[in-house]
Design a protein around this ligand. Structure first.
Ligand code: DLL
Length: 436
């Protein structure tokens, strides 16, 4: 059995949880219908009225919402509470198109903080811990979310924000940080910096809560080894609240979705059909407790599957598999679907670290794809293979994973730019999807 922040909710029998969801869904549908013209219009177009929704079995009758809808309704079109009740905004880091702005009432902030507190406690956090938050603060939800959760748990919270690795290491060693929250790519960079400076014996970290970008199991093992910690995954998105929509427990086998606040569905991204448990498709969320910005049936574009298999931690909330990619970060190269995570898995399996970049271009009518990966310092110091041999081996690994020939360049350690937040893994110069 695990540690819980709110045991009665986290271990609530499934039937009871579903009844709670039904009750909250009915109230939420009424709330948005009465307060948001956008929802009223959409429901009328779909021929559905609030009184047609009696519980979660009727969820499928509601229309979907997409990111384009959010952009069209920017900034206030989806606001469901009076502006005077709103106390905060957060916003997406998107670089194309209009930003998405999400609003929070004080109650919304409290429930979001509780979600993050549950994640921290699941990772072993207590009020004795020193919680080092190096997700970005500001419009990005990572810093504020984990910061709020850490306060709720009663940890000593270090609001470090991202960047300035020397300062991170100084606080970490001087104040004895025990839990670290950041992107997995920055955790890998910190691991590298700690080992280079011989600080491994001076740090007290025991757990890390990493998310905001896709990462592989191979990367998890590397981070756990280099920092000497247990690495937990955490998932979320600005539109739905931020980090803590789901989180891993000590089983490290999928993330429990906070079903008392968010109802998940998996759909076929092409047809919108709801898929049965266990099938891979696009994750859709309905917010049943939020007041200011409660999205109903929001299409996340994240691809994964759900499982309600019993978890040894005792939590009853459904688990989502780590997102396998986004329907919009899948690249089609030479006519083949390529996911950055497939490339990462091949590289890390061959002993490299997650210091790599994928360059895609089009010359004439032909796509080109090149993967650049750094030698690890050990590989550079005591070479067992030549660079050519290494490149050949990676080319073969990628060929068998993807079915296409990928050019590979093995480069010297420290030549690929390190990330402080979300890593930029793909540079696609074809601009096929650039938005107006
Ligand atoms: O990244 C919220 C967050 C902050 C989550 C800190 C976890 C930790 P956005 O910037 O709106 O919000 O980006 C959301 O990031 O739709 C996924 O595609 C991706 N993502 C988030 N967490 C994970 C994860 C935050 N654990 C988008 N694994 C989501 C894979 C993730 N992808």
């Amino acid at each position: 059995m695990g540690n819980y922040y709110q045991p009665e909710i986290e271990t609530m029998p499934v039937e009871q949880l579903k009844a709670l969801q039904s009750e909250r869904l009915v109230a939420q549908v009424k709330h948005v219908y009465e307060n948001v013209e956008f929802y009223r219009n959409r429901m009328e177009e779909a021929g559905v009225k609030p009184e047609d929704i009696h519980g979660i079995e009727d969820l499928h009758k509601l229309p979907f919402i997409t990111k384009d809808d959010l952009r069209d309704q920017y900034p206030y079109g989806l606001l469901a509470a009076p502006l005077s009740e709103c106390v905060r905004i957060q916003s997406t880091s998107g670089t194309t198109g209009r930003r998405v702005v999400a609003f929070y009432t004080q109650e919304d902030v409290d429930l979001w903080d509780e979600c993050c507190a549950r994640a921290i406690v699941a990772a072993g956090g207590t009020k004795e811990d020193v919680c080092h938050v190096c997700y970005g603060y500001g419009l990005f939800t990572g810093g504020p979310g984990l910061n709020g959760g850490s306060h709720k748990v009663g940890c000593l919270t270090l609001p470090m924000s991202s960047g300035n690795t020397e300062r991170q290491l100084q606080f970490m060693t001087d104040l004895g940080s025990t839990i670290i929250c950041c992107t997995p790519s920055y955790a890998a960079n910190l691991g590298e910096a700690i080992n280079e400076r011989g600080l491994r014996d001076k740090i007290k970290l025991k757990a890390g809560i990493f998310g905001a970008e896709p990462w592989t199991e191979e990367m998890r093992h590397n981070i756990e080894d280099s920092l000497g910690i247990k690495a937990y995954d955490i998932y979320g998105l600005t539109e739905i609240s931020g980090p803590g929509v789901s989180f891993e427990c000590e089983e490290q086998a999928g993330m429990h979705i906070q079903e008392d606040h968010f109802i998940p569905e998996i759909i076929n991204p092409d047809t919108g059909e709801v898929l049965p448990e266990g099938e891979v498709g696009e994750l859709v969320f309905t917010c049943i407790t939020k007041k200011a910005f409660p999205l109903l049936r929001y299409r996340t574009r994240d691809l994964c599957y759900l499982t309600r298999k019993k978890c040894s931690c005792g939590r009853t909330h459904i688990r989502m598999h780590k997102p396998m990619g986004r329907s919009d970060d899948m690249m089609v190269v030479k006519g083949v679907n390529v996911w950055p995570s497939q490339i990462e898995a091949v590289l890390l399996n061959q002993g490299y670290q997650a210091n790599y970049q994928i360059l895609v271009d089009r010359i004439g009518n032909n796509d080109t794809i090149e993967v650049q990966v750094e030698l690890t310092p050990e590989m550079a110091e005591t070479p067992t293979l030549t660079v050519e041999q290494r490149e050949k081996k990676i080319v073969a690994g990628l060929k068998s994973m993807l079915g296409i020939k990928v050019d590979v360049k093995v480069v010297e350690p420290k030549t690929i730019t390190r990330s402080e937040g979300k890593a930029v893994r793909v540079i696609d110069k074809r601009n096929l999807y650039r938005q107006a």
